[in-house]
Design a protein around this ligand. Structure first.
Ligand code: AMP
Length: 378
């Protein structure tokens, strides 16, 4: 399958080539034709699958080809996302793929945690609005945006929106949209709660499920250390220094622990920040930006965060604490070695967690020769 076969507008194809995408990912190859036909879509796919472009590309194509001349100054496309980070990422993909189109497509991300006034001013005339639910309702409540012209609705990372407690806001937004529209819903998993939303939202949807990419995880080098709790901090610093890690993502199981680990690293002269659900949006965004640009050496994060962040080709991920489930483990280590570049994921395991770690590895069909940190000199 090639992008040329997908019947996309030549100017969109040119942008795909400029981004360096060579072939469509499975969710793109299967999802784009469905959206172009105007059908509703339920995509079970996670970050890393190429899901964003799978809805951005056909949406741009529709904007260029269906009712193209119609410019009603109100959004024709609404993408709902759980976090500011995702809003910014999705808006970026829209922007990158909208360069030099025969008819300009204006997209914009709106999210809470920052002042609403600049967003109110900039929102007029936007074709594609990417929004977190609470801020969208605020903007709508103050008449800054009219949702009555929305033709296409996308719920991105719908499972996470529910986990973050956005159910009521989502419901309110659905009620303000025109009844006739195309719907797409993307989620990493399918829960009972989500099935409820699917039933009310999607009209006879085409369901595309992208399997966990085991072979991608296979590409990642895994290593593990037996280490007691009190030695984890020193071991972390030792590894960062010894392996000269310039950019490393560290996972803990709680926000409190993430703060502690980042604080201890900073005290020892290794620049680190933490991100988790209790941090403000702007603090999260600031830390993530610094980390992505290479300015920040260590980012310490929790699992909640691991699902929404798009960091490519990360050389190192360290599990300071074991995740609860194999799924979370895959999510965490999937941050490294993406896009076919090699990565190393290191896991710290306390002796009493050996069984739990073995269960995780068995699910991934992997085996690790553990290193006993007691044998190391640090
Ligand atoms: P997503 O799952 O949408 O978060 O995308 C994950 C990453 O894959 C992003 O960095 C995209 O730029 C990249 N990507 C998306 N589609 C393709 C493609 N067809 N070929 C190569 N990379 C892609």
């Amino acid at each position: 399958m090639s992008f040329e076969k997908l019947n996309l507008h030549p100017s969109i194809l040119a942008n795909i080539i400029a981004l360096g995408y060579k072939t469509p990912t499975p969710i793109q190859a299967q999802g784009i034709p469905v959206v172009l036909k105007g059908q509703d879509l339920l995509g079970i796919a996670k970050t890393g699958s190429g899901k964003t472009a799978s809805f951005v590309l056909p949406i741009l194509n529709q904007l260029l080809t269906v009712n193209a001349g119609e410019r009603n100054r109100q959004p024709r496309v609404l993408v709902l996302v759980p976090t500011r980070e995702l809003a910014v990422q999705v808006a970026e993909v829209f922007k990158e793929l909208s360069i030099n189109l025969p008819q300009p497509v204006k997209s914009m991300a709106v999210y809470g945690g920052v002042s609403i006034n600049p967003q109110m001013k900039a929102i007029y005339g936007v074709d594609v609005l990417i929004a977190t639910p609470g801020r969208l309702l605020d903007l709508q409540g103050s008449n800054a945006v009219d949702l009555s012209k929305v033709e296409t609705l996308v719920l991105d990372e719908a499972d996470k929106m529910l986990n973050l407690g956005f159910q009521d806001e989502m419901q309110e937004i659905f009620e303000r949209l025109p009844k006739r529209r195309q719907n797409m819903l993307f989620s990493a998993t399918l829960s009972d709660q989500l099935s409820g939303i699917n039933r009310v939202l999607l009209l006879d949807p085409v369901v595309i499920e992208i399997e966990e990419k085991v072979d991608e995880v296979e590409l990642i080098n895994l290593s593990g250390y037996f280490v007691s709790d009190d030695r984890k901090g020193p071991l972390l610093r030792h590894l960062i220094r010894e392996q000269d890690m310039k950019q490393v993502l560290v996972f803990t199981s709680s926000g409190l622990k993430a703060d502690k680990v980042a604080g201890k690293l900073s005290k020892n002269g290794i620049q680190a920040l933490s991100i988790h659900g209790k941090k403000s949006q702007s603090a999260r965004m600031g830390a993530l930006d610094k980390f992505k640009s290479g300015e920040l050496r260590v980012l310490v994060a929790t699992d909640l965060i691991s699902r929404g962040i798009d960091i490519n080709e990360l050389p190192f991920v360290i599990n300071y604490e074991l995740p609860r489930s194999p799924k979370d483990f895959v999510h965490r280590v999937g941050r490294t070695g993406r896009a076919k570049s090699e990565g190393l994921a290191i896991t710290f395991v306390a002796r009493e967690e050996t069984h739990h770690f073995k269960v995780i590895l068995k699910k991934m069909k992997r085996y690790i020769d553990m290193i006993d940190s007691e044998t190391l000199d640090f």
